[in-house]
Design a protein around this ligand. Structure first.
Ligand SMILES: [Zn+2]
Length: 399
């Protein structure tokens, strides 16, 4: 069963500093004009009032912060989701763009580079919405070289579509550093997914699977196509929707490997995943696990693996020579061995206790025996062809 999605797209971005509410942070954004004068006097000002304040419309994060400074530590959930909806619809930007003050993004970045990381982040959080939009455009151009901290603050105060643009405009090394900051941060879906998708895009897999990467980028801005929650594992593809486990939000490399796996199912056009027994079948799972292996072998840290199987697949892939060698064949054998072990465990369980099966016909002793035979046959064939089988030979039957 999938958990029903909450109405909040993101937890509200935390205030950039833990400054006491009586101290207004300073920095390039100035003495928190992040509290517009016409709203500052009112206690309990809502975030959307800050966003649309007449004298200084704020970026999302700045608005959250303004609300907090205004003595409203807990944002009402309804306000937050309304704001995200409006921002996604482009309404907030349209409203605030009219009031855009002159802003030189390149000069702003130049000044930030001379500030301590915290202060630079603070300045980004204090930007008005038009300024934030201008900064996104500048970083997206690829002609600037902002620090990872500045990029991190910018993506935390931006909607998904802007996150993708920003991350595509930064060098590999900066993206890696941003990923580290995300790991140390609280979970935030738009940021975690944004970073994971761009990490995946820059792997060998991503470079040779442009359609899948484009699909992931598109999905990253649409919670009806890609979301977090209960998956029964680390990820799933069902009814057109990719889901990933919450715990991957602070592990962008692992999320990249899972998203690569699930988008492969999306392109197979078959639901997954039940270790070779679901609709995707062993061949569909093997193909997806080859992607997991490939991405994790390239960017994953074995010490932070979300599941021991990731390291196992990646090791098999690398030892067999990866894409140029017989990596796919090695992953195939490993996967089939794992599926067979699982099926044999179920068989033993059913024999010991016939009542252990769920009412689902697929969970009966007979069903598992038939499945084990399929896995065993495939494994025998894989072993016989060891050393010759290539990825192209892994076929998926669409249903
Ligand atoms: Zn799968």
């Amino acid at each position: 069963m999938d958990r029903v999605m909450t109405t909040i797209r993101n937890p509200p971005p935390p205030p950039p500093t833990s400054a006491p509410t009586t101290t207004k942070p300073s920095g390039l954004a100035g003495a928190l004009t992040a509290t517009p004068s016409d709203t500052a006097a009112k206690p309990n000002t809502t975030a959307s009032e800050f966003l649309n304040a007449k004298d200084r419309p704020l970026s999302l994060s700045g608005a959250f912060r303004g609300v907090k400074l205004n003595g409203n530590p807990d944002l009402p959930a309804g306000t937050v989701s309304e704001m995200f909806k409006a921002i996604d619809a482009g309404k907030m930007q349209a409203d605030t763009a009219k009031k855009a003050p002159p802003f030189d993004a390149a000069a702003f970045l130049g000044k930030l580079s001379k500030l301590p990381a915290k202060e630079a982040q603070n300045a980004v959080y204090g930007l008005s919405e038009p300024e934030r939009t201008a900064l996104v455009k500048a970083v997206a151009s690829g002609k600037t070289s902002p620090s990872a901290e500045v990029v991190h603050a910018l993506i935390k105060s931006s909607p998904s579509a802007d996150i993708a643009k920003v991350l595509q405009g930064i060098p590999d090394a900066t993206l890696k550093s941003v990923s580290k900051l995300v790991k140390a941060d609280g979970p935030m879906p738009t940021v975690g997914v944004g970073v994971a998708v761009e990490l995946a895009a820059r792997t060998q897999w991503g470079k040779s699977h442009k359609a899948e990467v484009a699909d992931l980028r598109k999905r990253s801005t649409d919670f009806t196509k890609l979301t977090n929650g209960e998956t029964g594992g680390l990820g799933s593809y069902r009814d057109g929707k990719i889901k990933y486990a919450d715990k991957l939000l602070t592990n962008p490399e692992a999320l990249a490997a899972v998203l690569g796996h699930e988008v492969t199912h999306a392109h197979q056009g078959v639901d997954c995943c039940a270790d070779g027994k679901g609709p995707s079948g062993p061949e569909g799972e093997i193909q997806a696990n080859v992607v997991t292996a490939q991405i994790w072998a390239e960017i994953g840290d074995p010490a932070t693996s979300p599941d021991p199987s990731f390291n196992g697949y990646a090791e098999a892939w690398t030892k067999a020579g990866g894409a140029k060698g017989n990596g796919a064949a090695a992953v195939r054998e490993r996967a089939l061995t794992k599926y067979l072990e699982n099926a044999n465990e179920k068989i033993a369980e059913r024999k010991k206790n016939p009542d252990s099966a769920s009412k689902n016909a697929d969970d009966s002793l007979e069903s598992w025996q038939a499945t084990a035979k399929v896995f065993q046959d495939a494994l025998d064939k894989a072993k016989a062809g060891k050393g010759t089988r290539k990825l192209s030979e892994v076929e998926v039957k669409k249903k």
